[in-house]
Design a protein around this ligand. Structure first.
Ligand code: TRP
Length: 337
């Protein structure tokens, strides 16, 4: 294998508002990668993936800008990282076509996300939804990315990305695409619903009080956390005491993540306290950490031209990497250049 530049790529779908779950589970990890400085970092709003299911055009455009505002407000620096909208870097879709001709129908049919999203009526699903993982492989491999931070639910797609890279390399007798490593985030950063600690916090939950939106103002954040579901028992002294208490565990996990600590340390400090008091502390912590983000997001959303300029510049920088990789790919597969 040739040496590949250490490079991190990850993407988030602009298919709804951003929640505390996206922030703690994904965006803060991206900011950490950027801060470490060991890898080039590329972060993407995957608008082409979003339209594999129906999207209202004006809403999609707004969500894409809002996601960009969220990245920026949370600390992604568009000079240190490359920040892009997927559709503005056409090589993603172009490489995806090549990968549609490498990946096998059987591989795609085994993807659990496809099975979940297409449900009982696969005949009515879009062809794009079926091909979704090949586009995702292209997102990653059009940069020769070596590491992809993702949630557990995306692990299968990264394995498929490796399968596509391996088959391409094998079929064409080249060592061109790297074997990308997934970097899976642990369960501790999985943020659950404030109304049901067994369900993931979701932007599509009809009950707004079940989640913290990154756009929520200070009062809303505090109110939702003070009203979050818990149980009548005090906090235990260590994490094993939370194993049967999903709502309590969720709040302790959120506290730990927001204070850059871990559940064991939080519990050692708060053992024996009642949740009424703990939730007040959690609300104060969350407001201190998140309200500046929602304020900055609101400012940016009032300046869409600034967002669009940043994305145009990101696309320009991205294409310095993607154009040569796509060109070489076309050569390998036998296109006249
Ligand atoms: N499928 C990912 C998700 O739903 C989003 C995504 C698209 C992605 N392309 C990617 C993540 C490339 C990592 C790398 O979360």
């Amino acid at each position: 294998m040739p040496d590949f530049t250490p490079r991190v790529f990850s993407g988030i779908q602009p298919s709804g508002g951003l929640t505390l779950g996206n922030y703690l589970g994904a965006i803060t990890k991206f900011v950490d990668w950027q801060a470490k400085g060991t890898h080039e970092t590329i972060f993407c709003m995957v608008d082409l993936h979003a339209i594999t299911v129906p999207q209202e055009p004006a809403t999609l455009r707004r969500n894409t800008r809002e996601l960009c505002a969220g990245f920026l407000a949370a600390g992604i620096d568009p000079e240190r990282s490359i920040l892009i909208a997927q559709s503005q870097v056409p090589e993603h879709a172009q490489l995806a076509w090549i990968f549609n001709c490498v990946a096998r129908m059987g591989w795609m049919g085994r993807m659990t996300q496809w099975k979940d999203k297409s449900g009982k009526n696969a005949e009515a699903a879009s062809l794009g939804l079926f091909a979704y993982p090949a586009l995702m492989a292209a997102d990653i491999l059009v940069y020769h990315a070596t590491h992809v931070p993702v949630g557990e639910d995306q692990k299968q797609h990264i394995e498929l990305t490796r399968d596509i890279a391996a088959k391409f390399n094998h079929d064409y007798g080249v060592d061109f695409f790297p074997m990308t490593e997934p970097v899976i985030e642990g369960a501790a950063t999985r943020v659950m619903s404030l109304r049901d600690g067994t369900k993931k916090m979701s932007k599509s939950d009809p009950v707004d009080a079940s989640r913290i939106n990154l756009t929520d103002d200070a009062d809303t954040i505090a109110r939702k956390l003070r009203k979050a579901k818990t149980d009548p028992d005090p906090l235990p002294g260590d994490p094993t005491g939370l194993s049967e208490r999903p709502d309590a565990r969720n709040l302790v996990n959120i506290y730990a993540a927001l204070s850059d600590s871990d559940p064991a340390t939080v519990l050692a400090e708060h053992e024996g306290r009642m949740f009424g008091h703990f939730k007040q502390d959690l609300a104060d912590l969350a407001v201190a950490r998140l309200a500046p983000i929602s304020t900055e997001m609101a400012r940016l959303m009032d300046e869409p031209a600034e967002i669009d300029r940043i994305l145009a510049r990101g696309a320009e920088r991205a294409r310095e990497i993607t154009v040569p990789i796509l060109e070489r790919t076309y050569e390998i597969v036998g296109m006249v250049r």
